[in-house]
Design a protein around this ligand. Structure first.
Ligand SMILES: [Zn+2]
Length: 163
């Protein structure tokens, strides 16, 4: 009887730590001013715990030179953000005249979710939806989402969060 009670208590403590570890985890925010930091935090607050676990670092880039270097030539310089293909690190552009928006933050997080959280069969389902949109059977969430299936998912993800 006593043992059973102890086991139960240990399990409760364990699930609480797992809860705190998994769901309260917050990505590191680097280089943000107060405005972009607030935008990022508001965006993160819209995420489920599982989606939140897909990002561990969000870095703000404020210089055009650094942005060009980070894009390493293979993305358009006009891009507002990028998510590394292993998913967890997001870079956002806040160069002079460019404001970080919740849509941009959640769009990049959408890429991280695509890379890290979706299963192969979930990605297949999104591809089917994208093909249906190309045939005009369902509508694209935005013009940019017509580009490819990954942008289709990232745009849908951001718009589904209400931004
Ligand atoms: Zn994108």
């Amino acid at each position: 009887m006593r043992k059973a009670k102890m086991v139960k208590e240990i399990l409760q403590v364990l699930s609480l730590s797992l809860f705190l570890f998994g769901f309260a985890k917050h990505p590191l925010i680097i280089g943000a001013d107060s405005v972009s930091e607030q935008t990022i935090r508001q965006s993160i607050n819209k995420l489920s715990g599982w989606d939140r676990q897909c990002i561990w670092e969000i870095r703000i880039i404020t210089s055009e030179d650094e942005w060009a270097t980070e894009l390493s030539g293979y993305r358009p310089k006009s891009a507002l953000g990028m998510c590394e293909s292993d998913g967890g690190r997001i870079l956002l552009r806040a160069t002079p005249g460019v404001v970080v928006t919740e849509h941009n933050v959640l769009h990049e997080i959408g890429h991280a979710v695509w890379f890290l959280r979706l299963t192969d069969s979930e990605r297949e389902s999104v591809k089917k939806l994208f093909d249906q949109a190309k045939k005009g059977l369902v509508s694209f969430p935005s013009r940019y989402s017509e580009k490819n299936v990954e942008e289709f998912f990232a745009e849908s993800f951001a718009i589904a969060k209400g931004v």
